[in-house]
Design a protein around this ligand. Structure first.
Ligand code: C2E
Ligand code: CA
Ligand code: CA
Ligand code: CA
Length: 279
């Protein structure tokens, strides 16, 4: 299995996936995991590309399985989405993120926003707006401390429905981020019409930066168009000093990736909240 570089966390080995082979069994396991509170959040810093200041952290779900160890979302989120279980799992994510912010506040650390990933199924009849406002008041967390990431492809459905849902989220006071930008077919003007605040450019484009001139040109075009439309740009999946240097040259606003920091449990994140990141 993989580890986080420190050997503390054991990740799910795909070779074990036959233990979760059938969809029905995996779904049953997920229901049990909900009952037994086996889902938890890791947090990954997102920092200013120039100053290294911590701006936000992304909440990334992990399934702490009693036999398999930490299971990555790639192993269960797709099935959670297709079975509708993502609505219940998503509510747990919202609750845990808000509870964590309240706990950090109680511990006296300077807070930065947490961004949570929201699947399309959680919109419309999923009640994500209601869940979020309930959690915010339950933990007395201001909406300005929550950001919502929605993938570009999720925004390609019925524009009227999506517009209404996004408007309700914005009315709560949360910032909206376009996740995995560049992998779908939306135009930047469409995203501006949806009043998205931040563009997170997919890791695939960060990987191309050092490889080809075209990679750089493409990224540069995204940054200038996003800026012209009043959106901020985040590069995800920054793994090398070279990529970071190129991104700084391209005027990319924020960076996230293993080169800066890996996703870590809340306890470790708290230590990182007290410092600036060295870029
Ligand atoms: P994402 O939202 O695009 O999240 C970024 C993924 O890239 C995370 O994987 C993160 O750990 C990983 N990553 C961060 N920096 C680097 C890097 O420098 N290099 C590489 N190779 N990877 C990096 P993770 O945590 O396994 O999550 C995978 C996906 O699962 C997420 O992609 C997101 O789509 C989904 N996901 C995670 N948490 C949740 C959640 O709470 N709800 C929903 N609906 N989906 C979630
Ligand atoms: Ca994300
Ligand atoms: Ca992403
Ligand atoms: Ca992704």
């Amino acid at each position: 299995g993989k580890n986080d570089g420190k050997g503390q966390y054991r990740f799910f080995d795909p070779a074990l996936s036959n233990t979760l082979s059938s969809r029905a069994r995996l779904k049953q396991h997920m229901l049990e995991a909900l009952e037994r509170d086996q889902f938890m959040l890791f947090y990954q810093p997102r920092v200013d590309a120039r100053s290294g200041e911590l701006l936000s952290m992304e909440a990334l779900i992990r399934w702490r399985h009693p036999e398999l160890g930490l299971v990555s979302p790639g192993e269960f989120i797709p099935l959670a989405e297709s079975t509708g279980l993502i609505v219940r799992i998503g509510e747990v994510v919202i609750d845990k993120a808000c509870a964590q912010l309240a706990a950090w506040r109680a511990a006296g650390v300077a807070l930065v926003p947490v961004s949570i990933n929201v699947s399309p199924k959680q919109f419309l009849h999923g009640g994500v707006v209601r869940q979020l406002s309930a959690a915010l008041s339950k933990y007395r967390v201001p909406a300005s401390l929550i950001e919502v990431e929605i993938t570009e492809s999720a925004m390609m459905g019925d524009q009227d429905d999506i517009l209404a849902e996004l408007a309700s989220l914005r009315a709560l006071g949360v910032k909206l981020h376009v996740d995995d930008f560049g992998t779908g077919y939306s135009s930047l003007s469409q995203l501006q019409r949806l009043k998205m605040d931040v563009l997170k450019v997919d890791r695939a484009f960060t990987m191309e930066l050092g490889n080809s001139k075209e990679g750089k040109v493409f990224f540069q075009a995204i940054v200038s168009m996003a800026h012209a439309l009043g959106m901020s740009v985040v590069a995800e999946g920054v793994e090398t000093a070279e990529q970071l240097a190129i991104l700084q040259g391209l005027d990319c606003n924020e960076v996230q990736g293993y080169y800066i920091a890996r996703p870590v449990p809340a306890g470790e994140m708290m230590g990182m909240m007290r410092r600036r990141f060295l870029l």
